[in-house]
Ligand binder design. Sequence first.
Ligand SMILES: NC(=O)c1ccc[n+]([C@@H]2O[C@H](COP(=O)([O-])OP(=O)(O)OC[C@H]3O[C@@H](n4cnc5c(N)ncnc54)[C@H](OP(=O)(O)O)[C@@H]3O)[C@@H](O)[C@H]2O)c1
Length: 244
Amino acid sequence: MIIGFIGFGKVSQNLIKLIKSEDILFITSAQNRSPKTIENIKQSDVEVLDSFKEVAIKSDILISANSPASALNVSKKYGKYAKGIYLDLNNISPDTTMKINEHVENLIDGAVIGKIDSTNPILYVAGKKAEELSFLNEFIQIKVISEKIGDVSLLKLLRSTYTKTLSALLIESSNLAEGYGLEEEFFDILTLTEGETFREKSKSRIANTLNSKKRKSEELDEIINYFDSDDLIMVKAALERLSQ
Ligand SMILES: NC(=O)c1ccc[n+]([C@@H]2O[C@H](COP(=O)([O-])OP(=O)(O)OC[C@H]3O[C@@H](n4cnc5c(N)ncnc54)[C@H](OP(=O)(O)O)[C@@H]3O)[C@@H](O)[C@H]2O)c1
């Protein structure tokens, strides 16, 4: 079994760490990639091919995990070469997923839920061939939602509407508290009502959002473009907050 990656960032690296099997060969390419990605590839147990076209042709499962902005183009460029399963893990809207479906024969609409670098993220999948990923349950929990392409992207988008907007609010309120020299006390009093893990989870959420501001903004953009924007006052404010 050969699993190929287009995009070699946090998602791909962590999947390789989780899926440990002598029967699976991982492949990718460094074609036009940044020094950071090339370093990621060097640090991982993955075979490097000259081009992504070759990766697509050779993979039984081709995983697209690059960025919401490049997901569609990647499918247009390489989808036609993928004769096995094409698993898209980008945080994209159902509209984008449906467009990708036009360029790919055996699309599985997927999303990693839970922290990608944790030991137990869950892979949500939808599509006619989604059940075929069940063999991965040995390494990572697979949750098949339905046969309908778009269902997982929609679930993920609904989840992001809440989590990404909340992250922007956390950044704003903790910055305010810090300005008054009361940041730790701010987390203390919220922990009283929000639960023991609130401080740790919030700080991780804030750091994660600030470290990937560009990607988080792209994801908020997808939400605004998909839903009726009149219903999204808070999401729009979150995007404005992250753009500052
Ligand atoms: N991180 C998470 O927790 C998480 C969870 C669920 C879903 N996702 C989604 O999964 C995707 C990947 O996330 P990530 O955290 O792994 O991102 P990341 O760490 O920023 O890595 C992105 C990777 O994709 C590569 N890439 C970008 N455009 C490309 C293209 N056109 N062709 C080939 N490679 C390309 C980048 O290479 P360069 O460095 O050369 O640009 C980099 O290797 C995103 O769509 C994200 O929304 C992320």
